[in-house]
Design a protein. Structure first.
Length: 570
């Protein structure tokens, strides 16, 4: 910042100017017009205007160094804006960027780059794929344009993104193992318990090809799908994933990925927690050796008759830290509404000894009854108003409670199907209300096993975030390697989001966090800095406190924003 003179025929004007960089070109900008020498002499009552101006400029310089200068910005009502000139940028990505660099992903990219010796900037591409997946999820073509929304501009082209996807797919296993090692430095990883689950993602195509195969879609879509298996640690942070063909049996996907974890992650002692559909006898036996164990949900309906009768028997129930046994048919609903009763026994099937733990909860019973009552109401309404909808139904479909007959009440053949409510099925379903079961080879207290199993919802939430907030589906890529790279970036994005969530104390919902980050926009004033256009609130305060830098001043100088960049890239 310095003093400048502009001489004309009639006067000499004094200005405060400074050097700035605009569009990668160095130029000067007028910070403030001080006035003409004649005007200043009149205002300063005989004081030397040039000496006064020099001191004024020095004071401004000191205030700017201390980030205390008041910024004066002038706009003209008659001056048109320039074509294609961008002024609004997102700065919410900076918090994501800090975690990205803390996880050493830039170093992982550098190591991969040295191996393949390509010329494009893999770190710039991968980081923008992840920032965009979390904040502005879109196709790779759109992501190339959306990357320009961030304050720090990208230095790659669309062709580089597709070339980078090929490399990311080849190095997916390496990225996962290195990411886990690096994550230990910044976040607690509870690898004593690992949760595993599978989901699938659909494609807007009709032809099977490679990984894209017709299979049982969780969205019940008649489209080819691919399958994703995911391991999550006991703190809710993803650990490893695999991509399989859409027609693969889910049960055979667990062991290969678990073997990879054993080999690449230096882990050997842990409990694998799964749902019943993934707990084949082979998977259980695989985790019944060395220092591994399993906990898996168990369908009471599918138990052998004598075990099912034992599980549903109202007597012989326990409460944690209570020596008394209870008969659940005699319980006071209000008194025990929030308690979980349990019974347990060891069983041996297919050469495997395991403990069967059954729980009973009044609250869970009421919840199941409410769900079924709603389904029955829908069934009655459908019979009365739109019987043409009564076609094939699924296990959890309300239409399962509708019975069909071709006979009248007198036993005569009816011309049309007669619909009614299947009261026998409702009665059978009611017998299982409130009950829940798991199998394990652990000898731990039932309460501990139940507590571990209750956190399975978090891996289901991981899939919901990827499918919902990150819009990982439908997948618009066709090549298998690019598909795997797409899910590698989704996987990394999920890890970063989970760490961010925990840094905020898990006080906010996913929607609250992502909405605030997306809205953290800044208006760039050339040569001066960035004016926040977002609403400051408790969440943004927590972000700034947790990450060690601030963007919520009335204007953030260009120099200060550059310091923020450095903070996020340590």
């Amino acid at each position: 910042m310095r003093l400048s003179f502009s001489k004309s025929k009639n006067a000499t004007s004094l200005y405060v100017i400074k050097d700035v960089v605009e569009n990668n070109k160095r130029t000067t900008k007028v910070v403030e017009k001080l006035g003409t020498l004649d005007d200043l002499e009149k205002k300063l009552n005989g004081q030397d205007p040039i000496e006064w101006a020099k001191k004024y400029v020095q004071d401004l310089y000191e205030k700017e160094k201390e980030e205390k200068r008041e910024v004066i910005v002038k706009y003209s009502q008659s001056k048109m804006i320039k074509k294609n000139e961008q002024h609004l940028y997102n700065g919410g990505y900076l918090f994501i960027q800090q975690i990205y660099y803390a996880l050493g992903l830039h170093k992982i990219c550098n190591e991969i780059s040295r191996k393949y010796k390509f010329t494009f900037d893999l770190n710039s591409i991968l980081s923008r794929l992840i920032y965009s997946r979390i904040l502005f999820p879109a196709s790779k073509l759109a992501t190339n344009q959306l990357s320009k929304k961030f304050i720090e501009q990208p230095n790659f082209e669309l062709q580089h993104i597709y070339r980078a996807l090929e490399v990311i797919a080849k190095e997916s296993d390496f990225i996962q193992s290195e990411l886990y090692k690096n994550s230990l430095k910044i976040s607690k990883r509870n690898t004593g318990v690992l949760y595993y689950d599978c989901t699938n993602y659909f494609f807007e195509i009709e032809q099977e090809d490679g990984l894209k195969q017709y299979g049982i879609s969780k969205e019940h879509r008649p489209s080819p799908i691919i399958q994703m298996g995911l391991f999550m640690d006991g703190n809710g942070i993803p650990l490893a994933f695999s991509i399989n063909k859409g027609n693969t049996n889910e049960q055979v996907t667990l062991t290969p990925l678990e073997k990879q974890i054993l080999a690449d992650f230096n882990l050997s002692k842990f409990i694998v927690c799964t749902e019943a559909g993934l707990a084949s006898i082979n998977n259980r036996k695989f985790n019944d050796k060395d220092d591994r164990a399993f906990i898996t949900t168990q369908s009471i309906k599918k138990l052998k008759k004598h075990l099912r009768e034992w599980a549903l028997d109202s007597s012989g129930w326990n409460l944690n830290n209570d020596m008394k046994t209870y008969d659940i048919s005699e319980l006071d609903d209000e008194k025990y509404k929030d308690r979980i009763f349990y019974k347990e026994r060891w069983i041996k099937e297919d050469g495997l000894e395991q403990k069967l733990i059954v729980t009973y909860s009044i609250k869970y019973r009421d919840y199941q009854q409410q769900i079924r009552n709603n389904q029955v109401e829908r069934a009655i309404k459908t019979i009365d108003t739109n019987p043409t909808k009564l076609k094939k139904n699924t296990q959890n479909d309300y239409k399962k409670f509708i019975s069909k007959t071709h006979c009248t009440s007198d036993g005569e053949i009816a011309e049309k199907e007669i619909f009614g409510i299947d009261t026998e099925l409702i009665k059978k379903e009611e017998a299982f209300d409130g009950f829940y079961a798991v199998c394990t080879n652990l000898e731990d207290d039932a309460s501990k096993v139940i507590k571990v199993n209750k956190r399975r919802w978090e891996i289901e939430e991981c899939f919901r975030i990827m499918k919902g907030e990150f819009k990982a589906r439908p997948v618009y890529l066709s090549r298998d390697d690019r598909i795997e790279a797409h899910f590698t970036t989704c996987f990394i994005s999920l890890i970063i989001y989970r760490i961010l969530e925990k840094k905020l104390g898990e006080k906010y919902t996913c929607n609250e966090i992502l909405t605030n980050l997306r809205e953290m926009n800044f208006y760039q004033v050339n040569g001066e800095g960035y004016i926040p256009t977002y609403i400051r609130n408790n969440l943004t305060d927590d972000l700034h406190e947790g990450f060690g830098f601030r963007t919520d001043y009335q204007i953030v100088s260009t120099q200060q924003m550059k310091k923020n960049f450095k903070v996020t890239k340590k």
